[in-house]
Design a binder for this molecule. Structure first.
Ligand code: ZN
Length: 238
């Protein structure tokens, strides 16, 4: 009687090797979306500094505009009061008006100083925003490159997976139907690791000691023997 296991062992090993590769490719494939979403989250985080800076610039610009409007209103007020000077009848009214004008002008000159200071501030923050924008553009580019690499990897893995899945089918088809079916069932449950070499009378997959009777059956090789503990197909690693 031919040794059933020995006849099919090379084919089984070839199938397992492909299954191992399929399992690894699937594992890598599931990691890619996680990696990509991690990248985009990281980029969002880096964007927040720019967003904050941009907001503080807008606040400053708004504040500047308000001050400028206040100044122009007060300047119009001075002009209006200046016009009234020639219309007043008494010295008392005249000097009161003059005092009001002088006080408004003093306010305005403080306001002008404040505006100049704010304009400088706006310029400084504007520069910062621009620097940060350039920096962020560089970062974005680098992230996009990494993302594209991941997409390319994904495509490559999918292609490879298709190839090896086909190869695996062809290899398993070379096995006798029963052995092929058994192998498929175990491989599916054990992440593609359906075979376990026996070394020193121990199943090397689960470390369970094999009973002498099972060793005898395995030596006879008349049928496929599976590990009583982990259900993998046993073979002597020679
Ligand atoms: Zn085992």
């Amino acid at each position: 009687m031919a040794n059933l296991l020995m006849l099919n062992l090379e084919t089984l090993k070839a199938a397992q090797s492909l299954d191992g590769e399929i399992h690894q490719a699937n594992l890598l494939l599931t990691q890619i979306p996680e990696k990509r979403s991690h990248l985009s989250q990281e980029l969002e985080g880096k964007k927040s500094r720019l967003t904050e800076l941009d907001k503080s610039l807008k606040d400053l610009q708004l504040n500047l505009k308000e001050k400028e409007m206040e100044l122009s209103q007060k300047e119009a007020q001075v002009k209006k009061l200046d016009g009234q000077l020639s219309l007043v009848k008494t010295n008392k009214e005249y000097s009161a008006l003059q005092q009001e004008i002088a006080s408004l002008k003093a306010d305005n000159s403080l306001l002008e100083e404040d505006i100049i200071k704010k304009m400088d501030e706006v310029e400084v923050v504007k520069d910062e925003v621009q620097t940060e924008k350039n920096h962020f553009a560089d970062i974005t580019k680098s992230y996009q490159t990494q993302d594209q690499e991941l997409l390319a990897q994904e495509k490559e893995l999918q292609k490879r997976l298709q190839e090896i899945t086909k190869q695996r089918q062809d290899v398993v088809a070379r096995l006798p139907r029963e052995i092929g079916d058994l192998y498929n069932r175990i491989a599916q449950k054990k992440d593609g690791m359906a075979l376990a070499p026996v070394t020193g009378e121990v199943c090397s997959a689960c470390q369970m000691r094999i009973r002498p009777q099972v060793i005898n059956e395995l030596t006879l090789g008349e049928q496929i023997i599976v590990c009583e503990n982990c259900s993998r197909i046993l073979f002597f690693d020679v």
